[in-house]
Design a protein around this ligand. Structure first.
Ligand SMILES: NC(=O)c1ccc[n+]([C@@H]2O[C@H](COP(=O)([O-])OP(=O)(O)OC[C@H]3O[C@@H](n4cnc5c(N)ncnc54)[C@H](O)[C@@H]3O)[C@@H](O)[C@H]2O)c1
Length: 341
């Protein structure tokens, strides 16, 4: 195989981003999209690919080797399983699914059918995160002590007028599973498996939604480091997402996906010096738009993984970790107790 040929399922706000990215990759192609209304058909014509109203028919197209799923979160699992059974590699937007069981079923189906499963967590491919991984590996922070993930955003009523958002059935929850999951995924990626969690979730402002618009939690990881999480869509007009990592020999703060601050016991680090960006890091985060560059890097990895017959960097198993933690926070809040994971 020289090129991975994709079918896109779900052509809403993030689906269009995926189609643009795939179109620009030299070793991938977008062959078809499946959508539900005329405007999606027009979009298929605009980008020069086939159009299906039924994704099941699209899965029968033998030219397609992979699908990318950009449906409301509650629909990810069934479609991914059908795609795997049709022998297609699966890329899926976050969260992997709305329940752990549905996410695990996706992982199992992809394994059974010998296809790759990748889940979009584009922030793992942000430049500051890639370098933070390297800094930790090189021991620049020493032993990690604690970290925090804060997503202090605002979403307005128009955003929640899209009927699947903030519902348990179609979204799996609210601010934690939909918005904050990106930085929660980074926390788990850096600190490892959580051991126990306590937390509180509330619907404070957006009374029209079922799930939380504020979630806070304390985590103990298996390696006995500590994590804190704050995630919200009530912080008008939208402030920041921040990941802070504190170790015995250094501290790093990444805010709005840019490096805000670092301090290492052994002095300046040229790789971090070149990307320090306090101006972008402290700007208000008021937009729902996605910066596509990290999505591009994740797609490059996913496509190359298929061509090289290896696993992608963010697998289904990796994606289940943040889902399990968030579901444990919901349980801890509902049952008013610390939950062991
Ligand atoms: N990685 C990110 O930064 C990011 C950003 C936004 C959304 N997302 C995720 O992407 C997913 C989609 O979010 P969105 O904001 O694009 O939602 P959206 O509502 O804008 O788009 C969903 C699309 O799916 C279509 N659809 C529903 N059922 C379908 C079916 N059976 N066949 C074909 N099309 C169907 C809808 O018509 C709609 O066009 C969610 O899981 C969300 O969490 C990720």
């Amino acid at each position: 195989m020289k090129k991975v040929k994709f079918g896109l399922i779900g052509c809403g706000s993030i689906g269009k981003v995926h189609s643009r990215i795939i179109k620009n990759l030299s070793n991938a192609e977008i062959v078809a999209i499946s959508g539900r209304d005329n405007k999606h058909e027009d979009y298929a014509k605009e980008i020069g690919c086939s159009y299906y109203t039924d994704y099941k028919q699209m899965l029968e197209n033998p030219e397609i080797n992979a699908v990318t799923i950009c449906l409301p979160s509650g629909a990810h699992s069934q479609v991914a399983i059908e795609a795997a059974r049709a022998g297609k590699h699966v890329m899926c937007e976050k969260p992997i699914a709305t329940t752990i069981e549905l996410g695990q079923a996706m992982v199992d189906a992809c394994k059974e059918n010998d296809v790759n499963l990748g889940v979009i967590f584009q922030h793992r491919f942000d430049q500051p995160i890639l370098l933070l991984n390297k800094a930790i590996e090189e021991g620049k922070l020493g032993k990690l002590l604690w970290g925090s993930a804060e997503t202090i955003w605002y979403r307005d009523e128009e955003y929640f007028s899209n009927p699947w958002r903030g519902t348990w059935e179609h979204d799996g929850g609210g601010a934690l599973i939909n918005q904050s999951i990106h930085y929660i995924d980074l926390l788990v990626h850096l600190f490892g498996d959580p051991k126990s969690v306590s937390g509180k979730c509330r619907t404070l402002l957006h009374k029209g939604i079922e799930a939380e618009d504020l979630g806070v939690a304390n985590i103990e990881f298996a390696n006995e480091t500590i994590g804190t999480i704050e995630g919200t869509t009530v912080a008008y007009p939208g402030l920041y997402a921040e990941l802070s990592v504190f170790g015995e020999k250094g501290s790093v703060i990444i805010r709005n996906d840019h490096l805000l601050f670092y301090h290492f016991e052994d002095g300046k680090w040229s790789e971090f010096e070149s990307i320090l960006n306090p101006i972008k890091a402290t700007a208000l985060n008021t937009s729902v738009q996605v910066d596509e560059s990290s999505h591009v890097r994740q797609f490059e990895d996913f496509v190359q993984a298929i061509l090289d017959n290896r696993e992608p960097l963010v697998t289904g198993e990796e994606a289940l970790k943040s889902l399990k933690l968030i579901k444990a926070i919901y349980q801890a809040s509902d049952e008013k107790r610390e939950v062991t994971i």
